[in-house]
Design a protein around this ligand. Structure first.
Ligand code: NAD
Length: 337
C-alpha cells in the first residue's frame, strides 16, 4: 500500500519532510500547499508534485492520504482541525498547539474522524537518543539520579520570520520552538513524566517580543530531577546541544544534532556506536505503521498535549515565581515511551 502525502507549508522544515517521504517506501509526495508563490513554485518544481496556494485546496485532493503540517505555531490548530475534518491522517509538527484546550480540540477531532495523529517530536527518533534510551532501559546507568539538558545556539534574528518574533500571537520564541524538544527528550529519556516545574523564560539576549533564554528545574514522577539551560545568542557564540544523564553506576552524554553518544567508563566518557538512520524518516514510518496496523502512533496527540502543558507551565512559573504542578490527568495515560 502506498500513501499519498501532502506537505502543508513549504517551510524550513519541509525539506526534511520531503526527504522522509522519499525514504519511506510506503509514501509518495503528491502535493504541497504554500501561499508564498516563490516558495510554492520552487518546492513543486523540485519535487514534481501538485502545488496549491492554500491548505484547503490540498485537503480536497483525493490523492492525499496523509498531511505533514509544518506551519507557524499559531496556525497548527486551524489546519490540523481542517485536516481531520477532511479525513486525512496527520503528521503535525511540534509544538502541537498554542494551548492545552486547542490540543484537546485536535485530539477530539482526530478521534471523531478516525484518523491517526502523530506530533513531530523528532528527538524521539534520533538514533543517538534511541541508543541512549536503550542503555538506560537496560539498566547500564544503574538508577538515573539527575539530568541536564543544554542547548546554546545563535538566535539568528536576521533570518527569523515575523511570527517567530511574536510569542503572544505567533507562538514564536526559542522556548516554544526548541524548549519543547528539550522537554520531550528529557521526559522520554528519563522515562517518567515531569510533574512540577520552576522556570525562567525571558528575552535578555535579543529583546524581541519573544523569549530567547530559558532555565528550568523539572521534577519527575520517578524522583529524578533535571535542569534545562537554553539560550539564543544575539551574535555568533559557542554552540552546544547535549543531554547528560547521571546514574548511580554510569552516565551518558547524547548530542542529538550531531547524532553522537558517549557512555562513561570509570573517569572517561567513551563514544558509542550509533546506527545510521534518519530521524524524520523513522518519524514518518511510525505514522505509516500506525495507519497500516490501526494502532496509536508513537508520539501521539496525548504526548503532544502533555509537552505543551509542561512548556506553558514553565512560562506560568516565570510569571508567578512559583513552582507549577502539572495536572496528573495530562500524564497518567501517556504511552509514547
Ligand atoms: N522537528 C524539527 O526538527 C523541526 C525543525 C524546524 C521546524 N519545526 C517545526 O516546523 C514548523 C514550521 O516551522 P518553520 O520554521 O519551518 O516555519 P517557517 O515560517 O519557516 O515556514 C512556514 C511556512 O508556512 C507557510 N504558510 C503559512 N500559512 C500557510 C497555510 N495556511 N498553508 C500552507 N502554508 C502556509 C509560510 O508561507 C511558510 O513558508 C513549526 O511547527 C516548527 O516548530 C520542526
Amino acid at each position: 500500500m502506498t500513501y499519498g502525502v501532502g506537505i502543508i507549508g513549504a517551510s524550513r522544515v519541509s525539506g526534511g519532510h520531503a526527504a522522509a517521504i522519499a525514504d519511506v517506501p510506503e509514501t509518495t509526495l503528491v502535493a504541497v500547499a504554500e501561499p508564498n508563490q516563490d516558495r510554492r513554485d520552487a518546492f513543486s518544481r523540485r519535487h514534481a508534485c501538485t502545488a496549491y496556494a492554500s491548505h484547503a485546496g490540498l485537503l480536497a485532493d483525493p490523492n492525499v492520504d496523509i498531511v505533514m503540517i509544518g506551519l507557524p505555531h499559531y496556525l497548527h490548530t486551524e489546519v490540523a482541525l481542517a485536516a481531520c475534518a477532511a479525513g486525512k491522517h496527520v503528521f503535525l509538527e511540534k509544538p502541537m498547539a498554542m494551548t492545552v484546550a486547542d490540543c484537546d480540540a485536535i485530539l477530539a477531532a482526530s478521534e471523531e474522524a478516525g484518523v491517526k495523529l502523530l506530533v513531530g517530536h523528532t528527538e524521539h527518533f534520533v538514533p543517538a537518543g534511541l541508543a541512549a534510551k536503550r542503555l538506560i532501559q537496560d539498566g547500564q546507568l544503574g538508577n538515573v539520579v539527575f539530568a541536564t539538558d543544554t542547548w546554546y545556539r545563535t538566535f539568528d534574528l536576521a533570518n527569523r520570520p515575523p511570527w517567530f518574533l511574536n510569542r503572544a500571537e505567533g507562538g514564536g520564541g526559542m522556548w516554544y520552538m526548541n524548549g519543547v524538544h528539550m522537554l520531550d527528550r528529557l521526559t522520554w529519556l528519563v522515562g517518567s513524566p515531569i510533574t512540577a516545574v520552576r522556570a525562567w523564560v525571558s528575552n535578555p539576549m535579543v529583546g524581541q517580543n519573544a523569549d530567547d533564554t530559558a532555565l528550568a528545574w523539572l521534577d519527575f514522577a520517578n524522583g529524578v530531577h533535571a535542569t534545562v539551560h537554553h539560550t539564543g545568542y544575539p551574535q555568533a557564540g559557542p554552540e552546544r546541544n547535549e543531554v547528560e544523564i547521571i546514574g548511580t553506576q554510569a552516565s551518558v552524554r547524547v548530542q542529538t544534532r550531531d547524532d553522537r553518544l558517549w557512555l562513561s567508563n570509570g573517569t572517561d566518557y567513551v563514544e558509542q556506536p550509533v546506527p545510521a538512520n534518519e530521524s524524520f524518516s523513522l518519524e514518518l514510518a511510525a505514522l505509516v505503521q500506525a495507519v497500516g496496523y490501526d494502532t496509536a502512533p508513537l508520539v501521539d496527540g496525548r504526548w503532544g498535549r502533555y509537552i505543551v502543558a509542561v512548556a506553558l507551565a514553565c512560562e506560568e512559573s516565570t510569571r508567578t515565581g512559583e513552582v507549577v504542578q502539572i495536572p496528573p490527568g495530562l500524564y497518567t495515560d501517556l504511552t509514547s515511551w
